[in-house]
Design a binder for this molecule. Structure first.
Ligand code: NAP
Length: 286
């Protein structure tokens, strides 16, 4: 199958590799071309613009950074919608806003195409190991058609309703992660101050009701002083802002999520916005 992929970052690079390994022809584009070099060396076809990716592909995936990047690759002067997309399927894997997902679905329909919002969870390791959880919004028929591709890159993929519902589900996920990241960080700060053996504490907690993904994946990285992304601080702030905006629209107050956003903004203000989210511990440890 001719598959387009726009956004060859931490996540996109790994996902493209899996699609290539499954025998598909990949048409790729990224703002920084060099990040696609090794994929091109393995047979992916470099296209000069998102418009050209769309022209060459039956299914077009996007996985860029922010909603503004999504706007640009779909609606920009050399964007996907500048191409004739009739009969094609557009799948945005970026964590973006529900309203933009709805807008893309409407434009796609006007142009005879279909679209899904399909943000993911599972981190850089989930992408590398093809074990992502994929949260999908869109039409059931389109979702069913995409399942064989989701199967290649993920281990759990679920339709949550019409356009935007995948992004809403991802926001629910990020609200949960806000709690696990701040909880893990304060747990490490406390256990160190108490003079405990921290690897042993992590191992023990993982067997009880405090067990969670953030601790098991990021706890050991913190103890090795590995703050590489992973999942960028700047992207988590973006996600928490979207979650809080959406909550406000529903007249909900989420004080713990708001506090997590403030802590991550403080971390970014200290110059750590391009580190992984596990760097939150730097607010306590030098
Ligand atoms: P990333 O490494 O920054 O990758 C994003 C890629 O998109 C970059 O290579 C970037 O180009 C490219 N890009 C951005 N705007 C573009 C544009 N207008 N045109 C073409 N290319 C563009 O980030 P990531 O970690 O892969 O995350 C991607 C998305 O997935 C984000 O929305 C993030 O919140 C979400 N996500 C990430 C994780 C994770 O653990 N990393 C987990 C779940 C969801 P450059 O190379 O020039 O920067």
């Amino acid at each position: 199958m001719e598959i387009g992929f726009i956004g060859i970052g931490v996540m996109g690079h790994a996902i493209v590799s899996h699609l290539q390994n499954a025998g598909h022809t990949l048409h790729v584009y990224n703002r920084t071309k060099a990040k696609a070099d090794d994929l091109v060396a393995r047979g992916a076809i470099w296209q000069e613009t998102p418009q050209k990716v769309a022209a060459a592909s039956e299914i077009i995936f996007t996985m860029v950074g922010y909603p503004t990047d999504v706007e640009e690759v779909y609606y920009g002067p050399v964007g996907i919608f500048q191409s004739d997309v009739s009969g094609k399927t557009l799948v945005d894997l970026t964590t973006s806003t529900p309203s933009l997902a709805e807008k893309i679905a409407t434009t796609a329909k006007e142009k005879g195409a279909v679209s899904l919002d399909a943000p993911v969870s599972g981190g850089d390791l989930g992408a590398k190991n093809a074990t992502l959880t994929i949260m999908v919004g869109g039409e059931e028929e389109t979702f069913n058609q995409l399942c064989p591709l989701f199967e290649i890159i993920g281990k759990r993929y679920t339709l949550h309703g019409g356009p935007g519902k995948g992004q809403h589900t991802k926001m629910a996920n990020q609200i949960m992660i806000a709690g696990t990241m701040t909880g893990m960080t304060e747990m490490l700060v406390y256990s160190k101050a108490a003079g405990l053996n921290q690897p042993k504490v992590i191992e023990t907690l993982a067997g009880g009701s405090a067990s969670n993904w953030s601790m098991e994946n990021y706890g050991p990285r913190i103890l090795k002083a590995d703050y590489s992304p992973g999942f960028f601080v700047k992207h988590f702030i973006k996600d928490l802002k979207i979650a809080l905006d959406e909550a406000e629209k529903m007249e909900l107050d989420l004080p713990a999520t708001r506090l997590a956003k403030e802590l991550y903004e403080k971390l970014a203000d200290k110059g750590f916005e391009n580190e992984g989210t596990q760097a939150l511990i730097k607010l306590w440890w030098d």
